[in-house]
Design a protein around this ligand. Structure first.
Ligand code: GAR
Length: 215
């Protein structure tokens, strides 16, 4: 089976990037990361890339006259690495419809809410404010809709009385670090694809271990 080439796009800490790197290193994920691209300079995720001999590229969005100019440069930079799949991992910018269309079916995003609830920011606080009984995270194919393309996989947990935005953040991240490499692995194995607007997935996902729900 051929190795899937990934480009990972970030804006921050890159803990999801790290989970993907670790999954490749352990042999679970048959993929290579060709480059990590950040729209924010000096973030931890770029250092994680460099520590693993992965090209780390900064494209500060403020250097571009408008969204379209930035997105065009982002698209060209990604395509320069000829990836099979583009992974948005904590990339905190809205993409224009053109770039979303260009990468349709080969760009994934992870978002810290049970979509379609809470696209955008402050998802953990919004779940608390709404007195939701559960919270979680979602992975979807990227389309023109903000945090809203066809859903691939979602995992949830019960919100406890003493949960705060910080504790929800931590619980969500634990789930994400397990989920994202697994979903990417499906794509790499040819078991996940977007056909028209339908997500085709060929086997069941694993369930989170009980510790993910532990306070
Ligand atoms: C993740 O929790 C991810 O779900 C979220 O940013 C965090 C990045 O963490 N993404 C979004 O909110 C996208 N709308 P990381 O940099 O440590 O991987």
């Amino acid at each position: 089976m051929s190795i899937t080439k990934l480009v990972v796009v970030i804006s921050g800490s890159g803990s999801n990037l790290q989970s993907i790197i670790d999954s490749i290193k352990s042999g679970h994920l048959k993929a290579t990361i060709e480059a990590v691209i950040s729209n924010k300079p000096n973030v931890k995720g770029l250092q994680r890339a460099l520590d693993n001999n992965i090209p780390a590229i900064t494209l500060p969005h403020g250097d571009f006259p408008d969204r379209q100019a930035f997105d065009q440069k982002l698209q060209d930079t990604i395509e320069g690495f000829n990836p099979d799949l583009v992974i948005l991992a904590g990339f905190m910018r809205i993409l224009s419809p053109e770039i979303a269309k260009h990468f349709r079916g080969r760009m994934l995003n992870i978002h810290p809410s049970l979509l379609p609830k809470y696209p955008g920011l402050h998802t953990h606080q919004r779940a608390l404010d709404a007195k939701d009984k559960e919270h979680g995270t979602s992975i979807h194919f990227v389309t023109e809709e903000l945090d809203g393309g066809p859903l691939i996989h979602q995992q949830s947990f019960k919100i406890e009385e003493d949960d705060t935005a910080d504790s929800l953040f931590e619980k969500v991240q634990k789930l994400e670090h397990q989920m994202y490499p697994e979903v990417i692995g499906r794509f790499c194995d040819g078991k996940l694809k977007l056909v028209k607007s339908e997500v085709i997935t060929l086997s069941a996902y694993s369930q989170p271990t009980p510790s993910h729900n532990a306070p």
